[in-house]
Design a binder for this molecule. Structure first.
Ligand SMILES: Cc1cc2nc3c(=O)[nH]c(=O)nc-3n(C[C@H](O)[C@H](O)[C@H](O)COP(=O)(O)OP(=O)(O)OC[C@H]3O[C@@H](n4cnc5c(N)ncnc54)[C@H](O)[C@@H]3O)c2cc1C
Length: 390
């Protein structure tokens, strides 16, 4: 049986490795870094669901994200917990109490219709005074607040470290500081992957007939790297969050605030270890290979935050950290997200590319791919993991 090799030990690669192991495989999981450094550990850390997708009538995504919330909470209750979020509501604004009430009814009706258990506490509303007691939001025209629950990662690096430890405990192999540099193929059939040990600089060929590319923004190979048709999917959206030294919301875990109160885009303000995490901010970054926000990006974010909370005394000195990553887009311009979770086979036979748009749904994509590749594999029939170097 050919070895299974997975590139990228972010959430996509880690969950695929676990799904493969659960189906009797012993995968080899490779990452170029010593410690996780990709989008998964720099994300905002919300496992989205429910109301968010009902706003845009995306029933498919609503269903997927509810399943994903249950997936995380069932398996990793120490690292994933309910997050109570409040959105202030303003008179005359689009996001009104009536709209939220309708969304809540739709959420419950769909749950019953789909037979979907919700692993999170119920939604509800806050009075005007409760909202004002919770955070210093602008008071004019404020009529109250809506609250709902998403799920949050309490510590993304710790969750990922836990998953990777599980991969090793259950018989997988984790190769760190090992960079994939090119594919090896013959007559349209994958033969392996060339890797470089980043400590010694030594290059070798790791023979495999089945390779899963889960390198997030770095997925895919250039044609010159042996992949032929395996074009690199575009990841031209820079996404970033600011960890700020500002007061955290009282009584709830997070506030969703808009620069135009009750209208337009909203940003989350979440209480985390070390401060208040604010985001997520985006800008097109065509051609970028590294997630590196510039001073103008930080200024733009601070301007938005000041509009959300005008009473706040905020300047660049309030920033404790910036977390950033690159996200998939539709056409390389960075103007439109590509939220599709995709399993592509664009290169030689045996080469698989997994492209996911969200931490939330990454495990579902991994489970779906694993079901397709290793259907009804009886447990315990795995071959032992061996690295073949040629
Ligand atoms: C700022 C920000 C906020 C976000 N907020 C949320 C959120 O709240 N909720 C949500 O659901 N999603 C969110 N996302 C999206 C989510 O983080 C990503 O969709 C998800 O983490 C992608 O996971 P991944 O495993 O595909 O990629 P990554 O986590 O980037 O992992 C890719 C791995 O591949 C490795 N790698 C790269 N090149 C090589 C190579 N040549 N050889 C070997 N290894 C290599 C990297 O070191 C890395 O560990 C956010 C993203 C960002 C950037």
């Amino acid at each position: 049986m050919p070895e299974t090799v997975i590139l990228g030990a972010g959430i996509q690669g880690a969950t695929l490795a676990l799904a493969a192991i659960a189906r009797g495989q012993r995968p080899i999981l490779i990452d170029r870094d010593d410690a996780p450094a990709g989008a998964s550990v720099n994300s905002y850390g919300i496992i989205h669901g429910g109301l968010r997708y009902l706003q845009s009538f995306s029933i498919g995504r609503w269903r997927q994200s509810r399943r994903a919330q249950a997936w995380y909470i069932d398996r990793y209750p120490r690292h994933v917990r309910p997050l109570r979020c409040v959105m202030p509501l303003y008179r005359g604004a689009i996001r009104s109490p009536a709209l939220f009430a309708a969304a809540r009814v739709a959420d419950r009706t769909l749950r019953v219709a789909c037979g979907q258990e919700c692993p999170l506490p119920d939604d509800g509303k806050y009075s005007r005074q409760q909202v004002l007691d919770g955070y210093a939001v602008p008071a004019m025209d404020l009529v109250g607040g809506a609250f709902w629950h998403d799920a949050e990662l309490t510590d993304a690096p710790a969750l990922l470290a836990h998953m990777l430890a599980q991969v090793e405990q259950r018989g997988g192999v984790l190769l760190r500081a090992t960079e994939a540099i090119a594919l090896a193929e013959q007559a349209g059939q994958l033969q392996g992957v060339h890797v470089r040990d980043r400590t010694s600089g030594q290059e070798q060929r790791l023979a495999t007939g089945q390779l899963f590319d889960c390198r997030g923004a770095w997925s895919g190979f250039d044609p010159g790297e042996g992949a032929g048709r395996a074009a690199r999917p575009s990841a031209a959206i820079l996404a970033y969050n600011l960890l700020l030294d500002i007061p955290a919301p009282h009584g709830v875990d997070a506030y969703a605030l808009s620069p135009r109160h009750g209208r337009g885009r909203s940003y989350f303000f979440r209480k985390v270890k070390g401060g208040t995490l604010v985001g997520t901010f985006y800008r097109p970054a065509p051609g970028a290979t590294q997630a590196a926000p510039e001073p103008r990006d930080i200024d733009a974010a601070l301007r938005q935050i000041r509009l959300c909370l005008p009473h706040l005394d905020l300047d660049a000195g309030s920033i404790r950290a910036v977390h950033a990553g690159l996200l998939p887009d539709r056409d390389g311009s960075g103007r439109q997200f590509d939220m599709r979770d995709r399993h592509l086979q664009p290169g030689p036979r045996g080469y698989h590319l997994l492209v996911g748009g969200k931490l939330t749904t990454a495990p579902l994509l991994s489970e779906a791919v694993a079901d397709r590749i290793w259907p009804a594999q009886p447990a315990g029939s795995a071959t032992k993991a061996r690295a073949h170097y040629a």
